[in-house]
Design a binder for this molecule. Sequence first.
Ligand code: FAD
Length: 459
Amino acid sequence: MTNIISRLIDSLGEDIVFTGDTLQQRATSYWDNSPTTALALLKPRTTAQVSQALSICHEFEQAVVTHGGLTGCVEGAVAAPDEVIISLERMKAIEEIEPQGGTATVQAGVILEVLQNAVAEQGLLFPLDLGARGSCTIGGNVATNAGGINVLRYGMMRNLVLGLEAVTADGTVISSMNHMLKNNAGYDTKQIFIGSEGTLGIVTRVVLKLSPQPISCNSALVAMDDFGKVTDFLRTLQRDLAGTLSAYEVMWQEYYHGVTVEGAHRPPLSRDYPFYVMIEAEGADMEADEARFTRVLETAFEQEVIVDAVIPQSEAERRALWDIRENFEAILSQDLPAYVYDVSLPIKDMQGYTDAVMRGVKQNWPEGTCCILGHVADGNLHLFMNPGVTQDLHGESDTIVYAPLQEVHGSISAEHGIGTEKVNWLASSRSEEDIAMMRLLKKTLDPGNLLNPGRVLGV
Ligand SMILES: Cc1cc2nc3c(=O)[nH]c(=O)nc-3n(C[C@H](O)[C@H](O)[C@H](O)COP(=O)(O)OP(=O)(O)OC[C@H]3O[C@@H](n4cnc5c(N)ncnc54)[C@H](O)[C@@H]3O)c2cc1C
């Protein structure tokens, strides 16, 4: 047993510090079932214990990686064998839901879906929503500045955090648990931690902004034959649904084919259309909202903007439509590698960009596929690249996806972050001066490079 482990056990207790079997039984991440390798796993219950753990790690110059729900897509939480893991999984208290001001105060380990359900019981909505809702944590959502399916209406995590508490590398607790919408008393320090992917501090508690629970919810899965119509229809909905549009999730044909194969989802619409869009609008008037939603769809039919549609008649039917968009396991082969991308670019450049990527796949990988879906209203596309061979062609895949992206000045990450996976491409999306500023921040808050080292900025 190394010195630091005994110090951690002496200080925190054996019920907080785990080694050996517990690590062996823990999967590396959502994407990788192999056992976790790390020096130790700490499961603190309080901010004070996180602070204590970090001050000991600081004293020993010990690298630390933070674990939320392990659903991150860029290998940011994958521990190296010589790192200590601090998992927030026991810090899952919902401390307060305050309906008058519309806030929730939570510990960072709360699972997103648990919070969504708890506030719904009080007639409130926490609008961040994503496919990993049942596993991802609020702390992970803050650390990655998560986006998801409702960004076009409610914004990203950055827009939903009023205050937070974080512990920096030497164990200092920085408390900025603001509950007000407005607070211009000095720098907005919480923003430094949002989207910093655990490299500047461990987020331990968060104050979140809530909205009223919508009264009506109207959904449809529609098919379209042309990408120009996909973007025109988005503008029409934004105008004609009077601000109630909350989701506009586009699936390209290859994606729809991939997830509606035998044994996966049943296809509710023919598999022949080039584009499928999951649309949702939430409002305050059941009858008027439904009438308006139906009218807009009917007009789109008459004008041949949409060529087919299905409107769910029950919550179960609605959920089944969303499953097509959110449960994409069928396109991830067990035997072949798949590379997942999360790019953003101007909506006007999307058609040319996706055509260029498809051309790149055809030219380089005769057996390869590229399945695309996206939060198109946010300028955000996810690409699942499969080279069709067992050989690892991640580097080649990066070039196929990122070279045309650079031509339209897009970003290599819209919402997943950089982690370790995209470190080598950071400079293609951020200026030298920008990166220098990030390094300065890192050096100031974590001079020993102990928190999530190697993530985001590389060394
Ligand atoms: C099926 C599926 C669908 C997804 N859909 C979306 C989507 O639509 N939009 C989207 O944005 N993302 C999406 N994701 C990615 C992922 O769910 C998000 O990045 C999520 O915010 C990660 O939360 P987590 O708790 O799992 O964090 P983890 O994966 O555990 O960690 C992610 C990063 O944050 C750091 N971290 C975690 N907790 C803390 C903390 N308390 N303090 C400091 N650092 C911390 C980790 O070290 C790591 O670098 C999806 C993932 C899956 C599997």
